[in-house]
Each structure stands twice: as structure tokens, then as C-alpha cells.
Ligand binder design. Sequence first.
Ligand SMILES: [Zn+2]
Length: 567
Amino acid sequence: MAHYDILISGGTVVDGLRTPRFTADVAIEGGRIALIGDAGSADADRVIDARGLIVCPGFVDLHTHYDSQIFWDPYCTISGWHGVTSVVIGNCGFGFAPVRPADRERAMLTMERNEAVRATTMAAGMPWDWESYPEFLDSLERTPKGLNLLSYVGLNPLMTYVMGLESAKSRPATRSERTEMARILGEALDAGGCGFSAQLLGPNSVQRDHDGSPMITDTMSSDDLLFFAEVLRQGKRGCIQVIGADRELTEALCETSGRPVIWNALVLAADQHGNTYGEFRDVIRWIDAANARGHRVFAQALTCQNNYEFSLDEWNLFDSIPAWREVTMGTPAQRMEKMRDPEHRSRLRASFDPKRTVVGATVTAIPDLVVAEVGDPGLETHVGFSIGEIAEALDLHPIDAMLDIALADELRTRFVTPPQEIDMEAMREVVNSDFALPGVSDGGAHMKFVTLGRYPTEFLSLLVRENGLMDLEQAHWRLSAYPAMAAGIRDRGFLRQGAPADVLVYDLAQLRVLPSERLHDFPAGDWRLACRASGYRFVLVNGEITFEDGVCTGATPGRLLRHGQSA
Ligand SMILES: [Zn+2]
């Protein structure tokens, strides 16, 4: 009689390959799927009764920034709580290798504003037992992991390493610098880096360095960028992740590298009433046309409700607006001083546009922000009202209304974007477009303001179960097999005999995103915004159970995935 490590018995299998669902047993042995079918009278060390439950591949999250968090949180939560079993780190040009020992502190500071994680927290949580990129991957390999991890080579650390930070921010590379950077990039790809990444958001980039300056790649020369693409062409490997690249440059990157580009981000850009303005259709048409021209461009699509919550003592995502950037730099005391200053106030009022996108990809204007929580009980009367309503009642400019409340509250007031309705018909077009990969998770970044890492749970519960934008077979292909393929992960993202057993068992009817909460669980006393999920009964990574009914088992079966190599 056959005996397995784990037998998932009688579940509804959705295999991630768009095969119509079927009822079967899934048996696991030695970390791999040993059988999908009828296990007959076989037994196992652990039998999971999956009748009435969905059995599917774990999710593959391509856009994350767990580059530091992985060292203190093996499950890369919140991703690990939402069924993600493989993540790609090193997105947007960011990362921590190569970095010389003398530059470690600056490297952590570089990510402080972006990730909304204190540099002191990173310092307390990271082992820093590497200098080169291959050494960084070796360190990741040694680190206990609750999920699998693949990494881009971020161009910011690479350019800093060779050119120096200030030079890299202010001029193109010289010939000898290019030669050296190509050598290091080649070495990183040899070691298992999956390509390179860059954020190209320009001088008013919303994701900035700790001193308020743009990141290196935000303003880097296109020639240098295309030079890196040429390195990929020579190696015939890897892919390129970009955010903010225009269409021409994106196609030039494809042309030069001959490699796939994962373009960020396809967004609905809806306002709080759910109105979109059709721009996403234009993007989809372009992506389709680029692919028809022979360029392999995938569109990472923001499929979550893009909601934020923040207080002005730490908030930094108005950074694309210079007047706001000025007043949200520095300590809370420095911020308050600037927010009280009449000149800063008048610049802020001048920057004010009642309809302007002030937060991320949504058109949440300042008057629509809602006061969710106050520190001073005397301000309680404002809770639940929008800035616009408060401004009208107090006969103040919305900027003054917002800042007066925040200042009276020593910046503790928490503002939230109003609940946003997704235009489901528009979202249907986005998620079903040929080259869309769901989820700009940004897990590990903007940790005090957003929880987009919840996207797989929201996708299945809100978009699929409640709104029927696609069937489960399509959804699991989009959430697992398709992104795995796009990033060059060869043997994951689907359930197939012989494949590594990254498997979820969940209850579709019970699947939901739980409310956001503030967790004080980061090293050196830092906190973050997080949300958990319910409905996932079992999460398995490489054949071991990592979560059972949302409770972590402590197992760390995750692997470092080296690009081009099978796990
Ligand atoms: Zn990013």
C-alpha cells in the first residue's frame, strides 16, 4: 500500500494550467507532487480532508520589496498570509547588493522612505554577511525561508557600487564604469539573479531617497539603461522589470535585450466614484500591439482597491508634489514647524487641485480623505468626516482644515482614502487582457500606508467569487502559472506530478481579506500596517505545511530560486 508524506484527499483541483476543475487526491512525497488522481487506499503521515475545498498552486508574487524583511520574517508577510508561496524581490531598481561594508548604512537609509521601514529596523534585522551580489544570494540561501524567493538585480545598488551614489545621480556612466557594471551584472545573473529592475519616475518620483532626492534610476540616462539591456542580450537570459518607463523606451528595452519586460503598472486610475477615464484601454492596446510587433511585454496590473491610511508624522506618498514633499520631510517636530509656516501653507494651497491625483494611482483628492482616528479626544468630532466636509463647516481651505487638525493633534490624526468602488466592467477588461499579470503587491514597501500584498485574496474573493470577472481556472493561471512563466520560474505555479509541491487548500466561500491592523512586530520596535486573510485552510511550500487555518507552523521549507536553474 502506497504511503505518502501528505495526502490531500478529495478536493476540487484547479491546477493553474486552465484545466477544467476536477475532483482528485493530491499526494505529496519528498517535497514534490507524487500523484494527482485516485490515491485509492494509500495512507500518509498527514491526511487532509479537502472535500468541498479548492486545491490549487500557491501564488507567485512578482512585485515585492522583501529584500530586508526576508531576514527577520521568513514568510514575507503579508504575502505569506495570503497564499503566496514564491516572491520576486529586488523590484524597481532597489536592493542591497552589491554594497560595500562602508556603504551599508546609506543603503538602508536609501530604502527608508520608500519602504516606510526605519533604517534602524533594517540594521537590527539584516545579517549583512555579503558584499557582492552572489554573496547576497548565498546569504538568502542560508536564511530560513517560509516561501521561495527569486531576486532581480536592482540597478540602484549596482550603479552606486561602481559609480558612487552622487555621481550615479548626476551623470551618465563612463565607458570603464559601464564595463565594470556589465561584469558585475553578468556575475549576478550567473549566480541566479533573474534580470534587472529600474524605477523611472523622473525628478518628481513618488518613491524617493531618504533625503528627498529621486532614486538613481529615476533620472538615469536611457543610454545607460539600454546598455544594461544589451548585457541581457549577450547572456540570452533574464527579464527586465520597469516602473514608469514610457512606451518607446519599453519597446527599446525589448528590442535591445531580446528579453521579456514586465512593465508597471496597468491601473484603472478610477476616482472614488469608480469612474475610469479609459486610459487603461489605451495601455492595453499598446501592450497588445507591442507583443504583435514581437516584443515580449507583460503588464503588471493593479487589481486591488488602492486604499491608503496614514498620519502626517510619517507619511511620504505625496512626494510627487514638491510643496508636500517639503513639509513631509524630517522628524514630526520639523514637519510641524513647516506645516505651521505661512509660506509653506501658501505653496501647499497653490499646489492644491480639488480633482488632482494626490495618492498613488487613484484619483483621491485631498477633500475626499476621511479623518479615521484622532489622538486628542478633543478632536473626536471630526472623526468620520471628509476633509472637504470639515473645510466647509469651518469655512477653511481644505489644506488648512487638514493641517490645522493634524497640527492640533501633533500629527497623530489618521486619514484614510474613502472606500472605493472598482469599476468592475473596466476591471474585467484589465484582468482578462492577454498580457496582464495581476497584483502590484509592493509587499515590503510603503509598510505603514498600504497592504496591497493582499491582492491574491482580494482577487479571488472580490473579483472572481463576487463579481465573476473570470472563472477560477483562469484566475489560478493568472495568479500562479502565468507570472511564474513571465519571471522565468520553470517548474512552479501549477500542480503537476513531479513538480515542487507549493499547494493551497482553501474554502472559496470563506475566503476574505481581514481588516487592516497596526502590528508592532518589526525589529527595533518599528510598526507596520498589515491585514490577514481567512479561508486558507492549508498553505504548503515544497511539500511542507507552513500555515494551517492561518496559524504558522514554523516550518521554513522555502528555497532560493536561482534564475535558469530548476528547484
Ligand atoms: Zn516597487
